[in-house]
Design a protein around this ligand. Sequence first.
Ligand code: FES
Ligand code: FE2
Length: 367
Amino acid sequence: MITNPEVSTLRSTWLMPSEAYTSAQWYDREQRDLFGRTWVFVASIEELAQPGDFVTTTIGNEPVVVVRDKQGALRAFSNVCPHRGITLLEGCGNTAKGVVCPYHHWNFALNGELRSVPQPEQFPELDKEAFGLYPLPLAEWGASVFVNLSEGPEPFEDWMGAFPASLGAHDPSRLVEVAHRQRVVESNWKFLVENTIEVYHLFYLHRTTQDQYQNHLFDNWFDGWHWSSYTPLYPERSFNEEESNIEWDAVTLPPWLGDREKGGIYVHLIFPNMVLFITSRVFRIMTLIPEGPHRCRIDLRTRAMPGTDPSLFDDEVNETFEEDVMACERMQRGVRSSRFAVRTLAKDHERPIGIFQSKLLAAMAAE
Ligand code: FES
Ligand SMILES: [Fe+2]
């Protein structure tokens, strides 16, 4: 099990060697030792509404499927056929009748049991109970589904710890998913995390796109593994002014929000790769899925009040996001330089980066 190091014991200096962003060996180790044993976001609850609904993904090196079974329970399995190892399902959809392997048609129930094997006389010794789908720990929180690849992981509630209180009155489970996009970025996933948790660049890279926020009042804190922040808007400004080209007046304000939620932006990191951007009208979930040392896939979901017209988000252009992508892709190119190493960080504004790196190294080093 991985143990969370206390923030007070952590150094806030840059701890990562360049290889952490460039080398295949580091990438493999991270896939195995980090993503192989933390809780990882895999889907939103809307994708798994009906019995038989399924979503496939890959965590670390493991193909994973999450399915809602006949009784309505969510289950996660290794998405690998116990016969010869072919991946069973692809993409997402509904498989209400169970799962039939495309290769030799072994047939599995939605609870993972092996139901039948064609030409059973070919397998006279087969113990069907030993050939069910391999189950994986699953948890549900805030309309999101998480999976953990390790055996007997820390319970999800313990993993989240005090973090949920940092959302204030924001409640993603009372909102619905209105947009879901993916995009490949030519950057190591950690650059995108580190870009999210430092405030220094907001004054400069985003000087025209994020000037509605009082960045000098940026407040941030760690709850266990996870990081949170809050930045108030200028009193006469509204978050939606430069956020993107959405017609924000058509997106209803959740009536349960208080003045703090309406008057600022929350940005959070659920360790290691799930970022939340929460403004008064939308709750965004950005997951950074590693796809090699130099590349990651951004999975971006937007939740808003039920009844919000999803087409409002069809042609969204978010300049802040484009600025961040540009910076991370250029850091990825720069980090290959043999002449460069990070030697200093801003003592407050970039401090979360050092703490994130400490936690990441501790998680990877755990037994
Ligand atoms: S590999 Fe699945 S039935 Fe043979
Ligand atoms: Fe940014």
